[in-house]
Design a protein around this ligand. Structure first.
Ligand code: GLN
Length: 471
């Protein structure tokens, strides 16, 4: 029996190299958990039928000496990344039965190394949400407390890893969709600098914010996966050439900023605030000084996000008109009737809400979008300025503990608030990491988020590893 509960990529790799077990046996161990728990948790929408074929290919790499640290590692993949020949739906009815015609570049980078993808995971429809409750394929339960949400939108991926149904997983971020699910399930979630990882083959939500990201049990695992995902891709003009991925030179200060209003605990659960304050001890043990700092513009981040994101999203979702591909309504009387029924029936409530919001924001020659873009630049400047005197800034990852299934579904604004601490990193392109800090007395996970300047991703891995050693 393989003890998969304590595996890391490195320990699994060592065992595979020493032939303690085969890739097929390792995959079997995860498939057994999925078989036992997925009907209840609904982390996976589909378990791939070629897992054993993938395992065989990976095993051959060990035999011929081309294996890397990721060869044979069983991962879950969010249902918004394309693998040629496999179904991909973004958890929407409008893409039900859609089969990918090519493979996402970042995913291909992993496939080349012999990663085994076990199956595709549930998510909020088109990655809109913080709880997987907007999926057209049912809610995903949190394996730590099945009455609660696993976070979102990459909640199927976080649940898959938390239930030991995968060693780690791929998810995506537009605003917090890796970090908040990581926080809800006691995992590590890493959002890289924008431009690190190709978005080609990631079903677009909002292009100027989207990134493919790892979700894992340890910081080292997140680092290994991220480094394999990252590449400069001619198919995504926003990926930055590898030699230009250089942070602005600056002296190390051993200081970490905390926004003053966050320090006070405004708008967050008491347990979240307590755990956040307690995490300062760890940073202090690591030699850092915690400094309160005023960020006058940061509180506008979420509002800016809710103009920028829907504008880009509404534009992206225009292509789903029922004619080119995806679901199409039948028995319609006119072209208008066809469009309206196809999109009305194919998209869920949240998608329709955001399409309307986005179209509105783009009215009058993009008046609102332009205004939001200006504020986005000002927020980025504010963060850049702060990073002249501190190494990082920290906040809780999310303002609340994982909430109950059903909660916030009738209050979209309360749901949107889940990303209040996520938005600045996505708007500014900065990297950020969510790290588990422990459990509340009732057994719910807490999490701290560390944000660094653009292209200082490695510094986040370094501090993250030190933090998890002590916490
Ligand atoms: N909670 C965010 C939203 O609803 C999630 C976006 C994301 O990161 N995919 O927009």
């Amino acid at each position: 029996m393989i003890d998969i509960t304590n595996l890391t990529i490195e320990s699994a790799h060592d065992a595979l190299k020493k032939r303690d077990y085969t890739v097929a046996e390792l995959c079997d161990a995860y498939l057994a958990v999925i078989k036992e728990r997925n009907a209840d948790i609904n982390a996976y929408l589909e378990v791939f039928d070629d897992v054993m074929e993938q395992a065989e290919k990976a095993q051959a790499k060990f035999a011929d000496g081309t294996a890397t640290i990721l060869t044979g590692i069983p991962l879950a993949i969010k249902d918004n990344m394309l693998i040629k020949g496999k179904k991909v739906t973004a958890a929407s009815k409008i893409l039900e039965n859609y089969v990918a015609s090519y493979t996402a570049t970042a995913v291909e980078n992993l496939i080349k190394q012999g990663v085994v993808f076990l199956g595709r995971t549930n998510m909020d429809e088109f990655a809109m949400g913080s709880s997987v409750q907007t999926s057209a394929y049912g809610v995903t339960r949190n394996p730590l407390d099945r009455e609660r949400v696993p976070g979102g939108s990459s909640g199927g991926s976080s649940a898959a890893v938390a239930m030991h149904g995968a060693l780690a997983a791929l998810g995506s971020e537009t605003c917090g969709s890796i970090r908040q699910p990581a926080a809800c399930t006691g995992l590590v979630g890493f959002k890289p600098t924008y431009g690190s990882v190709s978005r080609s083959g990631l079903i677009a939500m909002a292009n100027s914010l989207d990134q493919i990201c790892p979700l894992s049990r340890t910081v080292a695992d997140a680092e290994i996966i991220h480094n394999a995902l990252a590449s400069c891709d001619p198919l995504d003009g926003t990926t930055v050439p590898m030699e230009q991925r250089i942070a602005k030179p600056r002296a190390k200060t051993m200081k970490i900023a905390v926004p003053s209003d966050v320090l006070k605990g405004d708008g967050m659960d008491k347990e979240v605030h307590d755990a956040f304050l307690k995490s300062f001890d760890v940073f202090k043990q690591l030699g850092y000084e915690i400094v309160p700092m005023e960020f006058p513009l940061l509180p506008y981040s979420l509002a800016v996000y809710y103009v920028v994101m829907p504008s880009e999203l509404a534009t992206n979702l225009e292509r789903l008109d029922g004619i080119r591909y995806g679901y199409h309504a039948s028995g319609t009387k006119s072209l208008f009737d066809f469009y309206s029924k196809t999109r009305g029936e194919g998209f869920g409530t949240e998608s329709r809400r955001r399409i309307v919001l986005g179209m509105h924001a783009l009215l009058h020659d993009g008046k609102y979008y332009r205004q939001a873009t200006k504020l986005r630049a000002a927020i980025t400047k504010e963060l850049d300025h702060a990073f002249e005197s501190v190494d990082f800034y920290i906040t809780p990852t999310a303002p609340t503990l994982p909430f109950k299934i059903g909660e916030k579904m009738n209050d979209p604004v309360a749901m949107y608030y889940s990303d209040v601490f996520s938005a600045p990193a996505n708007l500014s392109g900065c990297p950020a990491i969510a790290l588990p800090t422990g459990m509340t007395p009732e057994g719910l996970p807490t999490s701290v988020q560390i944000t660094a300047p653009r292209w200082e991703d490695e510094n986040l891995f370094a501090i993250g590893k030190e933090f998890e050693r002590i916490v």
